[in-house]
Design a protein around this ligand. Structure first.
Ligand code: FEO
Length: 401
């Protein structure tokens, strides 16, 4: 009896097939919560020289090879291209090379170095330069560097004849789904997950995203399909994701505020609520996020298009609550731009938390638009009125930006 693999490739064009893996269970990507899982997309180009572009995370190698086998015997792969050495794309590379024994392995110069440093390969890696073309006989690949998007080695592979850009991490999202194409999925879900991916991975690289978008615009290539390495493939509507990236990279802020806080005995929670009412009354779209129930990566997603970030913490041991410290540390790495901010919190006797938050926000380049607001022990009516006025003050500053 022949045992067949349950995995099938998905046709993208007559020549390009998706042969990646769906990770339904992954819930964390180095600190970024992925409640909807992810995919590791690899692509098979069925040209005279059969070429596999990227692999998958190591545990999914069987799924990758099963999908390849649904269209062609894996041993018929002639070339493997590694767009990016991070292990969600290269983890299965050693096993794939051992299984298919390709004639050549291609990577960017930095990619070749990174692959050697990860896997101690002694096999030859053919390096390709930015803009270089590779003939596959009846098809042509072209490589474009996308340095720091996401690592120094990152590059994109363009399948010229099919006008498909295999963009690797750029234009992706962490979303496991049975649908392979963005036009089969809910538009709001796509926008949220694309924004979350941008906010949590690409935000500090925004100037490079702007450069990449300019570069793509001047390459003089037609792109019908953008096929990233995570999440759905953009066909027909690829301008949607490009437009979103343009907006996020440009850092244009909406009249929106995020109030992120944690609380000890509900005093800072009551302050957060009153502050938010002040913002709302002044016409500001407001998102209140308790750090006990909101993950840091969701807070950053809301901050992405926001214009104000207000952070609240009571004082604990002369500092902030651990959840607040976690958020501030995470924000430090992601470097959100074009934000105004403010700090608030309750205290018992010393009240250092507000000062610590202000210091951290200022270090991020966030403009502090109101003096930090402290309330001793439990806010009374007068204190809550001050909180509401504090929210209105920030709203006013936000309106002037
Ligand atoms: Fe999806 Fe930078 O790896």
């Amino acid at each position: 009896m022949t045992i067949e693999s349950p995995f099938s490739a998905v046709r993208v064009t007559d020549r390009v097939y998706w042969v990646g893996a769906i990770d339904w269970g992954v819930r964390d990507f180095h600190g970024y919560a992925t409640p909807r899982g992810s995919t590791y997309n690899a692509y098979l180009v069925l040209a005279d020289k059969v070429t596999l572009v990227d692999t998958v995370k190591a545990p999914f190698v069987g799924e990758l090879l099963g999908r390849v086998a649904s269209v062609i015997e894996p041993e018929r792969i002639d070339y493997v291209v590694s767009n990016h050495a991070e292990m969600d794309h290269s983890g299965a590379l050693s096993e794939v090379l051992a299984a298919v024994k390709p004639e050549k392995l291609f990577a960017s110069k930095m990619g070749a170095k990174a692959l050697r440093e990860h896997f101690a390969f002694d096999r030859e890696i053919t390096t390709v330069a930015d803009g270089e073309s590779l003939s596959l006989g009846n098809a042509t690949l072209q490589f474009f560097e996308a340095r720091m998007l996401h690592w120094p080695d990152s590059m994109m592979t363009y399948v010229a004849d099919d006008r498909v850009l295999l963009s690797n991490d750029a234009f992706g999202m962490h979303l496991a789904s049975s649908q392979r194409f963005a036009d089969e999925l809910d538009a709001n879900l796509l926008r949220y997950e694309a924004a979350k991916y941008y906010a949590n991975i690409l935000l500090p690289l925004s100037p490079l995203v702007t450069k990449l978008l300019e570069k793509v615009g001047t390459l003089n290539i037609d792109i019908d399909i953008i096929a990233p390495s995570h999440g759905p493939i953009w066909r027909r509507d690829q301008s949607r994701i490009i437009d979103w990236y343009g907006g996020w990279a440009g850092g244009k802020a909406k009249k929106k505020a995020v109030v992120a806080y944690d609380t000890m005995w509900n005093s800072t929670a009551a302050m957060a609520k009153a502050v938010s009412e002040g913002l709302i009354a002044a016409g500001v779209e407001t998102m209140v996020m308790s750090l006990r129930s909101s993950h840091r990566s969701d807070v950053v997603t809301e901050v992405l298009e926001g214009g104000a970030l207000l952070v609240g913490s009571p004082t604990l041991n002369n500092g902030v609550l651990p959840t607040v410290a976690d958020l501030l540390s995470y924000l430090k790495g992601l470097r959100p731009r074009n934000l105004v901010g403010a700090a608030f919190g309750s205290y018992g006797w010393s009240g250092e938390a507000v000062g610590h938050i202000e210091e951290a926000l200022a270090a991020l380049g966030i403009s502090l638009e109101a003096e930090g607001l402290k309330v001793k022990y439990v806010p009374d009516e007068e204190s809550l009125a001050r909180c509401s006025a504090f929210g209105r003050e920030i709203a006013e500053r936000l309106g002037k930006l």
